[in-house]
Design a protein around this ligand. Structure first.
Ligand code: CO
Length: 218
């Protein structure tokens, strides 16, 4: 990919947009009101906007290796906070993808330096679901299932945050787990039963959302 070509592409894009709608960029500059926060993988084949068919302004997006939501990661936590509290998104999507290099690396024992602590989060998902995964003999099927379970666990990490619990209670914010199949281009809704999932985990993760003074009085 030639860098000069990128600037040429940009110029062509600006002209195409303005030909269709002279006010396009001045309208974009007025601000953003996206309905959806998308958390996906950095993988170059999984282009968030293109696979969802959304235009600039329609989705708030975070991508990292293997679409992870570690609850100590300042970047992810800041994005969730801003999207939920300030942009007031209606949906949060965690979108994984089959043939994810990050997930594959976590299934192997190689020492990958700075990637180790990041991939350890995926190894934790494997350990949590070891029984189910170990029972899958076909390696590709096991790898694909880990991609799905990782999405589910990252959705749970999203739900562990206070601002998401508050927005679910107050305005019906919903969380979705999806997988993009690189082989077919299809987007798959894992149809995670969050109600059931929440019943199991909220005993542990439910946060007291009342005011701090009231919490102190308890
Ligand atoms: Co990936």
């Amino acid at each position: 990919m030639d860098i000069a070509k990128i600037f040429q592409n940009n110029q062509d894009w600006v002209h195409r947009k303005l030909d269709l709608e002279p006010e396009y960029f001045s309208n974009l500059a007025k601000g953003q009101t996206p309905d959806i926060l998308y958390i996906g993988c950095s993988d170059s084949r999984v282009s968030a906007e293109e696979l969802m068919g959304v235009a600039p302004g329609e989705a708030f997006i975070l991508r990292n290796i293997a679409n992870m939501v570690p609850n100590t990661d300042l970047s992810v936590m800041s994005v969730i906070n801003y999207a939920v509290v300030h942009l007031k998104v209606k949906h949060i999507v965690v979108c994984g993808h089959y043939y994810c290099g990050g997930v594959q690396a976590a299934m192997k024992s190689g020492d990958l330096g700075i990637l180790n602590p990041w991939l350890r989060n995926i190894r934790d998902v494997y350990r949590t679901h070891k029984e189910e995964l170990s029972a899958i003999e076909n390696e590709e099927a096991r790898y694909k299932r880990l991609v799905e379970l990782n999405v589910e666990e990252q959705c749970i990490n999203v739900i562990k945050t206070a601002e998401v619990q508050k927005a679910q209670r107050d305005r019906g914010l919903t969380v979705h787990g999806w997988v993009f199949d690189v082989h077919s281009g299809q987007l798959i809704d894992l149809k995670i039963d969050f109600k059931k999932l929440l019943e199991n985990i909220m005993e542990i993760y439910r946060l007291d959302l009342s005011e701090p003074e009231k919490q102190a009085a308890k």
